[in-house]
Write a protein that binds this ligand. Structure first.
Ligand code: PLP
Length: 399
C-alpha cells in the first residue's frame, strides 16, 4: 500500500530512539572502582545492592540475579514447579514470562487480557485446573495489576503468585511498593528498563525459606551453609543440594545498580511528567487512546503505549511507525502477544480467536519514546509528529 502524502514539516535533525538508558558519573566511577578492586563477580557490591534494594521496597529478602528471566525461572523452580504443572500467564507480555515456565518442563497456560492491558480475572478463573500451580501477572507498562483480586483468586485456588515486575520497580499499590505481598516478584535491570545494570534482575520475597532456596538455585544448587551445618572444614566446603542454575549477578553489574537505585525516584518523577504531557496533548484526539490509569496506584510509566483507533485513520500501525521514523522518531510495540508467536501457537495451542481482547489491542498498539534522558524539545517533537500524522490521515465524517 502506498503511504499517503504528508507534509513532513516537523523533521528532527537527529534520530530520537524509543528508549535510552541514563548513566551518571557515579555509576562509571563505581564500575572503575570494582574493576580496580579485583573482585569482579558476586561479592560485596552485590550484597550492598541487595540490601539497599530490599530496603527501598521494604521487603525482607532480595536476591540479585543475571536477568529478570532468570529471576522468574528461579522463583518458579524454588516453588517446586516442573513437569505436569501449569502456570497461567497473560498474552500481552514479553516471551520470557511464558518461556521460563516451559524451560522448567511445566506448561504455560496463556490467557487473555482486559481492555486495561491487565490479565483478565475471568480468564484466570476459566483457566485454573487441578494442575495449576502458579500465576504470573505482569505489571504492564509500569502500572500494578489488579493485585488484590489476583491474590484473592490465588488463595481461593491455592496457587502461588510470582509477579513479573520487569516494568515496575518503584510501583505502588494502595500506597505500598510492590514486591512484598506475593511469593516472589521478579525485577529487570535490562539496559532500557526503568533502572539498569546493563543486564540484571532481582527477586524479592518475604518468605525466608523460599529465599534460601532461591539463593541456592541461582548458583549451581550449591549450599554455602553446609560448612556451618556440618562444621567439616572452613569456607572451602560446600554441597550441591539441588540442580541449580548459573544465574548470579556480578559486582560490576551491582556497581551500576547501586547508583541507578539512588536515581530511581527522580527517573520515575521525570517519566510521570512526560506521560502527563503526552496525556494532555493526546487525550482530546479520538484517533487514539492514551494508556489507562487505574485507581490506587502510582504508574511508573516504563512505557507509554497508545492504541491507534485504526478505523478512524487512513493508515495502519506499521505505517504510523514508519511515519514517525520519517520524522526521526523511534517507536516500538509492547508486545507482539504470546499467542501470535509460532512456539505458542504450535506447541501450546494458542489460537488467536481465544484472545479477542489482546488481539484487538495489538492491532493498534505502539509505544512512544518515554525516558528520563528526553529533553523538553524531544517531548515536544514527539507530540508534534503524532499530531501531524493524525491530522494528515484522519478519516473525517462523510461530507
Ligand atoms: C524485559 C522483560 C522481561 C525480561 O527481562 P530481562 O531482564 O531482559 O530478562 C520479562 N518480562 C517483561 C514483561 C519484560 O518487559
Amino acid at each position: 500500500m502506498q503511504l499517503p502524502a504528508t507534509s513532513l514539516s516537523k523533521v528532527r535533525d537527529t534520530f530520537l530512539p524509543y528508549c535510552l538508558p541514563l548513566i551518571g558519573e557515579e555509576e562509571i566511577w563505581e564500575v572503575v572502582d570494582t574493576l580496580r578492586s579485583g573482585w569482579l563477580t558476586s561479592g560485596p557490591k552485590v550484597k550492598r545492592f541487595e540490601e539497599e534494594f530490599a530496603r527501598y521496597l521494604d521487603v525482607k529478602h532480595a536476591i540479585a540475579v543475571s536477568s529478570c528471566t532468570a529471576a522468574l525461572q528461579v522463583s518458579l523452580a524454588a516453588l517446586g514447579i516442573g513437569p505436569g504443572d501449569e502456570v497461567i500467564v497473560p498474552t500481552l507480555t514479553f516471551c520470557a514470562t511464558g518461556n521460563v515456565v516451559a524451560q522448567l518442563g511445566a506448561t504455560p497456560v496463556v490467557v487473555d487480557v482486559d481492555s486495561n492491558f491487565q490479565i483478565s480475572l475471568e480468564a484466570i478463573e476459566r483457566a485454573v485446573t487441578l494442575r495449576t500451580r502458579a500465576l504470573i501477572p505482569v505489571h504492564y507498562a509500569g502500572q500494578v495489576c489488579n493485585l488484590d483480586e489476583i491474590l484473592g483468586l490465588a488463595s481461593k485456588h491455592g496457587i502461588a503468585v510470582v509477579e513479573d515486575a520487569a516494568h515496575a520497580v518503584g510501583c505502588e499499590y494502595n500506597g505500598k511498593k510492590i514486591g512484598a505481598r506475593t511469593q516472589a516478584a521478579a525485577f529487570s535491570f535490562y539496559a532500557i528498563k526503568n533502572m539498569t545494570t546493563g543486564e540484571g534482575g532481582m527477586i524479592t520475597t518475604n518468605d525466608g525459606e523460599l529465599a534460601d532456596r532461591m539463593r541456592v538455585l541461582s548458583l549451581h544448587g550449591m549450599s554455602h551453609d553446609a560448612w556451618k551445618r556440618y562444621t567439616v572444614a572452613g569456607s572451602w566446603y560446600y554441597e550441591v543440594v539441588a540442580l541449580g542454575f548459573k544465574y548470579n549477578m556480578t559486582d560490576v553489574q551491582a556497581a551500576i545498580g547501586i547508583h541507578q537505585l539512588r536515581r530511581l525516584n527522580g527517573f520515575i518523577a521525570r517519566r510521570q511528567e512526560i506521560a502527563a504531557a503526552y496525556d494532555q496533548a493526546f487525550s482530546g484526539m479520538p484517533e487514539l487512546l492514551i494508556p489507562p490509569r487505574l485507581p490506587n496506584r502510582n504508574h511508573v510509566f516504563h512505557l507509554y503505549p497508545i492504541r491507534l483507533q485504526t478505523a478512524r485513520l487512513r493508515l495502519d500501525r506499521a505505517q504510523f511507525i514508519e511515519e514517525l521514523r520519517r520524522r526521526n522518531i523511534g517507536a516500538s510495540v509492547h508486545f507482539i502477544p504470546l499467542h501470535r508467536h509460532p512456539l505458542y501457537r504450535d506447541r501450546f495451542g494458542c489460537r488467536p480467536e481465544l484472545f479477542p481482547v489482546g488481539e484487538h489491542i495489538y492491532q493498534g498498539l505502539l509505544s512512544l519514546p518515554l525516558y528520563p534522558k528526553m529533553t523538553r524539545q524531544d517531548v515536544a517533537d514527539v507530540v508534534a509528529a503524532v499530531q501531524e500524522i493524525v491530522a494528515d490521515n484522519r478519516i473525517t465524517a462523510a461530507r
